[in-house]
Design a protein around this ligand. Sequence first.
Ligand code: FMN
Length: 181
Amino acid sequence: MGRVSRTVVLGVTGSIAAFRAADLCSALRKDGFEMRVCMTRWAREFVGDLTFTTLSNNPVITDDNIGDFADRPEHLALGDLADLFVVAPATANILGKMAHGVADDIVSTTYLSVQCPVLVAPAMNTRMWEHPAVRENIAVLGRRGVRIVEPDEGVLACGDIGTGRLAATESILAAIDECLS
Ligand SMILES: Cc1cc2nc3c(=O)[nH]c(=O)nc-3n(C[C@H](O)[C@H](O)[C@H](O)COP(=O)(O)O)c2cc1C
């Protein structure tokens, strides 16, 4: 028997918006997706693993926790399972790694291991978002077919006003729907 439900692998990176990935994870699970979450070391500074373990109903994969994947390297196991790979929030750092094939943590190695559609929802300060280095990385990923859910404009966590807020959960869900239809 094949798998019945589709699996979303959610990569969470070290943005102040990391807590909002919990809402996204919860909404996707309620929508019937099997959820698998991997987190960078920096993401875990913002939100505890236990939040995502509970919301995804699966062990969270981190650089020092292989979860339930004893028989196969965890990034490859996630690549086997993924029907969609979502990185939300996506830091400037992970976008740079993805654009350039750097694979030095669980989220970046998983990106290189998946063969499914990939969606990123960036979140960062406006100055970072508008920096030519980030613009170029976004362009590279876009050309490669990565779906980019542009950040919203508004008051940022740092108090600045501009573009960089993680897109609303509803917008990310709508983009996921499109990717999978
Ligand atoms: C309080 C705080 C908030 C941060 N928020 C962001 C953010 O929203 N976006 C971003 O790109 N980087 C942000 N950073 C910087 C990243 O955490 C840093 O670049 C880190 O190396 C990212 O690692 P990761 O991509 O492996 O998770 C923040 C750092 C701190 C201390």
